[in-house]
Write a protein that binds this ligand. Structure first.
Ligand SMILES: Cc1cc2nc3c(=O)[nH]c(=O)nc-3n(C[C@H](O)[C@H](O)[C@H](O)COP(=O)(O)O)c2cc1C
Length: 165
């Protein structure tokens, strides 16, 4: 199966999981970059990123359109912003034609719940087979062991094309 991991990451945690998925499954990582990157410091970060997410903005991406025809499975990864998906991921889901593909979702958070985030993402995926989703709390090399069980099960499902969990 040809699998791509399409993701956005501001601070590196989602990038960390995307790379781990690549190592474990061979899925091709495709990182999205907004034409105008968000600030990554203090108050500005929370203000601009939070506003963009809450107002459902769809910023232009520097790497669209993506060439996804050859992939039958897409794993979409996002940080959680204000309980929802990030706006670059909203741009991707709104613009790319993912019709007919199997889709898995994952979110990186700082301990909050991702139900709303996944529910909002699902709305863009009504023509897809949504196979499941997983959440990871601030993953880093140091704490990865604590979530490795869930991560492995998620990757096994992706490789087998099975529902998760
Ligand atoms: C603007 C903003 C809003 C956030 N909102 C939430 C939230 O609602 N719930 C949560 O658990 N974490 C929240 N976070 C924390 C991030 O989801 C978390 O740090 C994530 O791992 C970042 O991923 P990244 O390193 O790939 O950018 C927020 C972070 C930012 C910058």
């Amino acid at each position: 199966m040809d699998i791509a991991v399409v993701y956005y990451s501001l601070e590196g945690h989602t990038d960390f999981i995307a790379r781990k998925i690549w190592e474990q499954t061979g899925a091709v990582p495709i990182r999205l970059f907004p034409k105008k990157e968000f600030p990554n410091d203090g108050f500005k970060k929370y203000f601009w990123c939070g506003k963009s997410s809450m107002f459902h903005e769809k910023p232009e991406l520097s790497n669209e359109p993506l060439q996804l025809d050859t992939y039958d499975t897409i794993v979409v990864g996002t940080p959680t912003w204000a309980g929802s998906m990030t706006s670059p991921i909203r741009s991707f889901l709104a613009k790319e034609n993912l019709k007919g593909k199997q889709v898995y979702l994952f979110a990186c958070n700082s301990g909050g719940k991702d139900d709303k985030c996944f529910a909002q993402m699902s709305k863009y995926l009504e023509d897809n087979t949504l196979k499941g989703w997983a959440s990871f709390n601030q993953p880093t090399e140091e704490n990865f062991e604590t979530m490795k069980g869930e991560f492995d099960r998620f990757c096994e499902a992706i490789q087998a094309g099975k529902q998760y969990p």
